[in-house]
Write a protein that binds this ligand. Structure first.
Ligand code: UD1
Ligand code: CA
Length: 472
């Protein structure tokens, strides 16, 4: 029978090499903290308890993960990884097996860790890498048994050449681990109590040391600086993209796709290069998402097409809708089936009925637009009077001419027509034309500053000074 498991996650360090004010374990990976990734993996192992050792800005770290069922342990001074483990041990019974995880090694999977939970030996997770610098090296004796781990800063040239490295992750029975941690010395290059010295102590005690090699060295990549954080982000994104493609999502350029949340999708959904999905994104069957689109907490129904460089947040896009390119759908936007929102249109708390259109250069905020209504280029809902927001309601089959301002609160009746350039301040009647615009004048012979007069030009134009403009 497997011993009860206590997971100890080390998260007290500042992460000096990040050169950031944010504690290292709060740095973002795929849009959430490094620590949250490690916590999710720990939870998947169904341990008896999870202890997180915090120090630098520990209350911020705990507050950011308040939803997790974990015990927070304070390490008042960062005296080393061995000292950090020792801080958690008083709460862990002797019959437990302790799994130590690092808060800065976020990609390791529960499948890789599960075998470490078995047995009475000390098991450490190791990896064979081409570039071992910065890591502790595994030192084996003549028979091949692991004798010790030597930190890079304490290693001689021969030891530095070793390419078998410590991932920082190990498991051991709580009783012996307590003894080993009590016996640690800080007489080393960094003046720290090293957890890794447990290996030499186990070797001395005759407790077997089992080094398991991670099948994929990428899984155990640590984050110590910005370059490693970016590297781990790409590894995470690659893994996510491969999973999505396995499930049938078409990604034109998987290495240029970024996910910060979850995406669910139907058959033949396709996503072009450079898209960013955040929160919860749902794509129906045959949905296409154009290059560079940013979707956050959006549902896109069957057959809808999102054009390139569209940004949509908390929006629902109905079946067969066409959006963008360059549209901005803000929170509370709902497009019913077949609606169209074109380039440089911004919507907010706006509901567009089936087949309604706002194709160019508009702001539609706090508005309801009836079925098949058409909003011309430059239609603006003036929803804000400086103190309050007001609603605009547009009836089905209404036609709003270009360059129109709708000063809310205002209603446009069904099948109403509003002439181009009108400022609508009162409700517009159904089935009628509402128009209000000042007449344009032509002043002949007027000289624009800086424009050289036409040679020999005379005032012989035949437009009378007060004629209407051609737009009427
Ligand atoms: C550690 C290992 C090294 C291994 C490497 C893998 C030791 C002595 N060395 O080195 O063998 O190759 O990880 O990534 O264990 N922490 C605390 N309290 C402390 C010190 C550290 O909680 O007093 C936490 C850090 O926040 C971090 C983790 O422990 O999450 C590892 O510490 P770090 O200083 O990054 O160790 P490395 O030098 O990377
Ligand atoms: Ca580290």
């Amino acid at each position: 029978m497997r011993a009860p498991v206590a997971v100890v996650i080390l998260a007290a360090g500042k992460g000096t090499r990040m050169r950031s004010i944010l504690p290292k374990v709060l740095q973002p990976l795929a849009g959430r903290s490094l620590l949250s990734h490690v916590l999710d993996t720990a939870l998947a192992l169904e341990p008896a308890r999870i202890h997180v050792v915090c120090g630098y800005r520990g209350s911020d770290v705990a507050a950011a993960h308040a939803d997790y069922p974990v015990a927070w342990v304070e390490q008042p001074e960062q005296l080393g990884t061995g000292h950090a483990v020792a801080c958690a041990l008083p709460d862990i019974p002797d019959d437990h097996r302790v799994l130590v995880l690092a808060g800065d090694v976020p990609l390791v999977t529960a499948e890789t860790l599960a075998p470490l939970l078995e047995g009475e030996q000390l098991t450490l997770l190791a990896a064979r890498v081409d570039e071992p610098s910065g890591y502790g090296r595994l030192i084996r004796d003549g028979s091949g048994a692991v004798q010790a781990i030597v930190e890079e800063k304490d290693a001689g040239p021969e030891q530095r050449a070793v390419r078998e490295i410590n991932t920082g992750i190990l498991a051991a029975p709580a009783g012996p681990l307590r003894r080993w941690m009590a016996g640690l010395s800080a007489a080393n290059a960094q003046g720290e109590y090293y957890l890794t010295d447990a290996v030499a102590a186990a070797h001395r005690d005759g407790v077997p040391v089992d080094a398991r090699l991670a099948a994929d060295a990428h899984e155990v990549a640590g984050v110590n600086d910005q370059a490693q954080l970016a590297h781990v982000e790409r590894l995470w994104q690659r893994r996510a993209a491969q999973g999505l493609m396995r499930d049938g999502l078409r990604l034109t350029a998987p290495e240029r796709f970024t996910l910060r949340g979850t995406v669910h999708f139907g058959a033949d959904a396709a996503v072009d290069a450079d898209c960013l999905f955040e929160g919860e994104v749902v794509l129906g069957d045959r949905v296409s998402v154009g290059q560079g689109a940013v979707l956050r907490d959006c549902a896109v129904e069957d057959g809808a097409a999102i054009g390139p460089y569209t940004v949509a947040e908390e929006a629902r896009i109905g079946a067969g809708c066409e959006v963008g390119p360059f549209a901005h759908l803000r929170a509370g936007t709902r497009l019913e089936a077949g609606a169209r929102v074109g380039n440089f249109v911004e919507t907010k708390k706006a509901q567009l009925g089936p087949g309604a259109k706002a194709n160019h250069l508009s702001y539609v905020g706090d508005a309801g637009v009836g079925a098949h209504a058409n909003l011309g280029a430059g239609t603006i809902t003036c929803n804000y009077d400086g103190a309050d927001k007001h609603r605009t309601q547009i009836g089905a089959d209404a036609f709003i001419g270009s360059g129109t301002q709708l000063v809310a609160p205002v209603r446009i009746g069904e099948r109403a027509t509003v002439g181009a350039g009108t400022t609508v301040t009162r409700d517009a009647e159904a089935d009628a034309l509402t128009v209000g615009r000042s007449r344009a004048r032509t002043i002949r012979g007027w000289q624009r500053p800086g424009l050289t007069p036409r040679s020999g030009s005379t005032d012989d134009g035949d437009t009378p000074p007060d004629s209407g403009s051609a737009t009427e």
